[in-house]
Design a protein around this ligand. Structure first.
Ligand code: C5P
Ligand code: C5P
Ligand code: C5P
Length: 467
């Protein structure tokens, strides 16, 4: 690991070590929740009093949840992009520590911080940084690597073909050594490999779209039966993918690849590296990083981040049952959201495509819809979703998503949204590949045109022929 990064981690651990008490302010998504759970557990092990606050976004309204007391305010998975807000709120450099991976927007106050982007590390979530700080605090904290992997996977930090890379990969290795993470390379890249009967898992998988299997669980079942692999356990229950023997997994993957090729489709989305948690109960969403992250997202995006956090602390029982219900609901709503976007259709401008979902879906999930819709629409154009904020009708939430191909052509969504939202009196931030903003409701049209203009400039800066 780079020296500067290690020094920053060490300094952060020292600041935490010196604090009398700590208030963690974190984000409500899977990365924010796992980040909070890592920090809260590491602090409890140091016998430090700790309180946690979860916010949907660090904006002026949310600042009233930050207590005005003598505790160290530990901003995690947020803060880097809102340093002027911290300053306006009267927070001094000696009472703040920021652990973040979002694009920074510095203010006049030099807040101590660890930001992976400062070291050119782009594939690292806040949970990864929190974990490295926890490990610097006490090397026995390596059991928490599992939570960092959940945060990294939840924030889509894995590369399509080789999984987590760089320092995030070293974290995986800590978990493997500790014994609570198992890595499976070139595994099936479908949701539900630990929870759904195999034919249901495949039938629900539509990215990649597998002709004759996607959206048809009966056909998926017939496909599997023809391969002659055992689909049920000795008690007659359906097996899930994770339980199949290696040989059967290989047979199925090669048949699926052939099916894709036969229909002229790419096979690269079929496989991914997966992270299995052998210490969790079988056939539950806690069994692998992707399903665990979705469970946490379901809790947070539906306003119950504390339930997600208690699950990360190892609580099961009632918290877990609540989370399972939220997960089922979450998956239904994001499926409806995707369908709504595809049915409504997007408006294409020269350099972006957008859709307005009105007040049909909560602003906390429209970004997920933007990401999911992208692979089914024109993936060469960044995708924007606008949504009404139910509790603040004068504000519109904006979410944008794009892909590596577009980034390679000069696009930076975070920069575009910061600039375009400032022009209309709003505020935005995030990552180059995924960003969001809040804007005044009556500036939507002007804003969308502004983003299109900025994207045009970005595309043109990398390729002067593109205009
Ligand atoms: O703020 P925030 O970090 O929550 O944004 C996370 C979002 O960014 C996720 O929805 C994830 O899909 C997206 N993202 C991504 N690829 C990255 C980094 C983030 O798609 N490399
Ligand atoms: O917000 P972001 O774009 O990062 O969305 C990533 C999250 O979206 C995943 O962690 C998961 O909760 C959810 N998701 C899902 N099913 C999909 C795609 C995304 O549940 N097919
Ligand atoms: O809300 P959404 O998932 O679209 O957010 C994508 C990214 O943009 C996240 O990293 C989020 O923290 C960031 N964002 C932001 N300011 C906003 C809205 C979102 O920095 N007003």
């Amino acid at each position: 690991m780079e020296m500067g990064f290690e020094n920053d981690l060490r300094r952060a651990a020292d600041i935490i070590g010196d604090a009398e008490s700590v208030t963690i302010v974190s984000h409500i998504d899977a990365d924010g929740i796992s980040t909070e759970a890592i920090l809260a557990q590491a602090l409890a092990r140091e016998q430090k009093p700790v309180e946690s606050v979860f916010v949907r976004q660090l904006e002026p309204m949310a600042m009233r949840h930050v207590p005005k007391d003598s505790s160290l305010k530990l901003f995690a998975d947020l803060g880097a992009g809102q340093q002027s807000l911290l300053e306006e709120h009267g927070l001094c450099a000696d009472e703040v520590l920021i652990l973040d991976h979002h694009v920074g927007q510095p203010s006049g106050t030099a807040y101590p911080q660890v930001n992976s982007l400062d070291y050119g590390i782009t594939r690292m979530s806040a949970a990864g940084i929190a974990y490295l700080v926890a490990k610097a605090l006490d090397s026995t904290n390596i059991d928490l690597a599992k939570l960092a992997v959940i945060g990294n996977v939840g924030d889509m930090m894995a590369r399509e073909n080789c999984g987590l890379v760089g320092p995030a990969r070293e974290i995986v290795q800590d978990g493997v050594e500790y014994g609570n993470i198992l890595v499976r390379g070139r595994d099936l890249n479908c949701y539900g490999t630990s929870t759904r009967p195999l034919h249901v898992c495949l039938g629900y998988c539509d990215d990649p779209y597998i002709d004759g299997i996607s959206n048809n669980t009966n056909a998926a079942l017939r496909f599997l039966e023809r391969l002659g692999v055992e689909l049920k356990n000795p008690r007659g229950g359906w097996l899930v993918w994770e339980e199949l023997p290696f040989e059967d997994r290989r047979t199925i993957i090669s048949a699926l690849a052939q099916q894709l090729i036969a229909h002229g489709r790419e096979t690269d989305r079929l496989l991914a590296e997966t992270y299995i948690f052998p210490d969790e109960p079988e056939r539950t969403p806690l069994r692998n990083a992707s399903e665990y992250a979705t469970l946490l997202n379901a809790c947070g995006r539906w306003a119950k981040p504390r339930i997600g956090s208690s699950i990360c602390h190892g609580e099961r029982g009632e918290a877990y049952r609540d989370a399972e219900q939220m997960l089922a609901h979450h998956r239904t709503v994001i499926r409806d959201l995707l369908q709504y976007i595809l049915d409504t259709g997007v408006t294409e401008l020269s350099h972006l495509q957008y859709v307005h979902t009105g007040n049909r879906f909560p602003d906390t999930i429209v970004g997920i819809g933007a990401g999911m819709a992208l692979s089914k629409l024109n993936w060469k154009k960044p995708m924007m979703v606008l949504a009404a904020m139910v509790d603040e009708p004068e504000v519109t939430k904006v979410s944008m998503r794009t892909n590596e191909w577009v980034l390679g052509r000069g696009v930076d969504l975070c920069e575009a949204l910061i600039e375009a939202s400032a022009e209309v009196g709003g505020a935005g931030g995030g990552h180059r590949i995924a960003a969001g903003a809040f804007i005044p409701h009556d500036t939507e049209e002007e804003f969308v045109d502004g983003v299109n203009r900025i994207l045009k400039r970005q595309f043109a800066s990398a390729d002067p022929d593109d205009s």
